[in-house]
Ligand binder design. Structure first.
Ligand SMILES: Cc1cc2nc3c(=O)[nH]c(=O)nc-3n(C[C@H](O)[C@H](O)[C@H](O)COP(=O)(O)OP(=O)(O)OC[C@H]3O[C@@H](n4cnc5c(N)ncnc54)[C@H](O)[C@@H]3O)c2cc1C
Length: 472
């Protein structure tokens, strides 16, 4: 049987592409290698029976900011965004933690002498976040608000350390900003790491850093059920190894890594395009640990108990040095750790009296070093007694992440390095980055603009490109 479109891979972007095509009247079939849909947005009982962990993505500032997700009836399909009282906490060895809250005022109260500089930097962007965030979460284009875009770009194209040096002098704001920029998965003295710090902070002040009640799986289930309500078909447990396996379709859209696109197309792609895909670089990997606890984490600063997410790494200098070690192929003794404690706001994750912790640090791509003890030591540093609370543990080194989801090459969770070259030419230099030289073949994974994260915008824009290409 033929379809208007076939989508390979049911991650957030594959689902988004499938939904956008289906809601424009196309018949769509979605193939997924795993037994369940969702890619990087799934939940599972990784440690103990009845304890649900987010296997990959857990925190959704970009999901909440996504214009595509906002256009869907996700609430009718069971998605409830839960905003923790504090979006993010950044503890230090002594003294109180810096806290990112939606309120600019309350955030500024926690960052000492840099409070005015923080407000001066972010307020103009936060006030116009509803215009700015859609501009950022899209492929390269002529901005609808050129002055706003220019103002943002001038800051965003800097390195995180450079921007912090220019704006902040105290450890609170510098550390807080370094942690936000740490999501770039790059060394912080490289451009454009400031962009990640700015984007995630602006999102924090405007839409928050919400979790999904019940876990990432609930978001995926909602996307899948909505897609099916539009007539879409889903086939799970079917890894596609060649485009020849697929039913006839006007367009094939692949939620896969560039190198897997080459495998799927065999020698069908022109060699010039293949060479571009071969040059596509992957970034550092991550080492992830999930824990089940008998009690909430005993943070030294009690304010940290109110935060959904925590950045553990102390000062900007320490975080920057750790990320530099990773990018030089090493493993820092004190890695920068990104941690989520879902049960702060979501009692559905674990039986009463049990709590979930999700944490990861960056490691060189393909690393085989076990970072569990170093991650636990960073938690213990800011929460003495943490180790005594652990009742279950699950580790995901890069190889295990890649086995779980073929797109995480060497443990790279961003779909490829997000340096300037690969932001512009993601996955190759083309006017329409989602298109390939084959008329009916498209790519929509996070290896396309706007890049990593659960927001569905790569899939949405790929589907729009397909609809435009085939509209008569
Ligand atoms: C540990 C970790 C933590 C993260 N934390 C966050 C977070 O807190 N917030 C956030 O926004 N993002 C986070 N991310 C990143 C986020 O998960 C990804 O950016 C996002 O899932 C990318 O979506 P995608 O649709 O492009 O690809 P994926 O989610 O990778 O989905 C691709 C899908 O395609 C399938 N597939 C691939 N090849 C084939 C094939 N040949 N045949 C059939 N199916 C195939 C895969 O099985 C997979 O289901 C995290 C990722 C990881 C691993």
């Amino acid at each position: 049987m033929g379809f208007d479109a076939v989508v390979v891979g049911a991650g957030p972007n594959g689902l988004a592409a499938a939904i956008e095509l289906a809601r424009n009247g196309w018949s769509v079939c979605l193939f997924e290698a795993a037994r369940t849909i969702g890619g990087g947005a799934r939940s599972a009982e990784l440690t103990l029976p009845g304890v649900s962990h987010d296997v990959c993505a857990a925190v959704f500032p970009l999901g909440a900011a996504s214009p595509f997700f906002k256009s869907l009836p996700l609430d009718k399909y069971g998605v409830e965004w839960l905003a923790p009282p504090v979006a993010l906490a950044h503890p230090f060895d002594d003294g109180p933690a810096a806290l990112l809250e939606q309120s600019m005022e309350r955030t500024c109260e926690t960052i000492g002498g840099d409070s005015r500089a923080w407000a001066r930097l972010f307020t103009p962007f936060v006030n116009r976040a509803d215009q700015l965030l859609p501009e950022i979460l899209s492929p390269l284009h002529l901005p609808r608000n050129p002055l706003l875009a220019a103002r943002f770009s001038m800051k965003a194209l800097q390195s995180a350390t450079g921007l912090a040096d220019r704006h902040f002098s105290g450890r609170y704001a510098r550390g807080l900003f370094a942690g936000m920029a740490g999501h770039s998965n790059m060394r912080l003295d490289k451009s454009p790491t400031a962009a990640f710090g700015l984007l995630l902070t602006i999102a924090g002040h405007s839409v928050g850093w919400p979790l999904v009640k019940g876990g990432a799986q609930k978001l995926t289930d909602a996307l899948g059920t909505y897609f099916q309500s539009l007539g879409g078909q889903i086939v799970t447990g079917t890894r596609i190894s060649s485009l020849k396996q697929l039913p006839a379709a006007r367009a094939v859209i692949c939620d896969v890594a560039p190198r897997h696109l080459m495998t799927l197309a065999g020698d069908g792609l022109p060699s010039s395009y293949q060479r571009q895909l071969q040059r596509f670089q992957h970034g550092c990997g991550v080492f992830k640990v999930d824990w089940a606890l008998r009690q909430p984490i005993p943070w030294k600063d009690p304010q940290c108990r109110r935060a959904g997410t925590l950045h553990l790494g102390g000062s900007l200098e320490e975080i920057a040095s750790g990320e530099a070690i990773v990018s030089n192929g090493g493993h820092p003794e004190h890695p920068f750790v990104i941690l989520a404690q879902q049960s702060v706001v979501d009692e559905t994750r674990a039986p009463e009296g049990t709590h979930t912790v999700w944490a990861y640090c960056h490691v060189p791509n393909g690393s085989t070093v076990d970072m569990t003890d170093r991650i636990a030591a960073q938690v213990e540093r800011f929460a003495p007694g943490f180790r005594d609370c652990i009742i279950g543990e699950h580790r995901m080194p890069p190889a295990r992440l890649e086995a779980y989801n073929a797109n995480y090459i060497g443990g790279d969770i961003s779909g490829g390095l997000q340096n300037i070259g690969q932001i512009i030419g993601r996955p190759a230099l083309r006017r329409i980055p989602y298109s390939t030289p084959l008329r009916n073949l498209y790519i929509c994974s996070s290896s396309t603009p706007p890049g990593g994260g659960v927001h569905g915008m790569c899939g949405y824009y790929a589907a729009r490109a397909v609809l435009k290409r085939f509209s008569v």
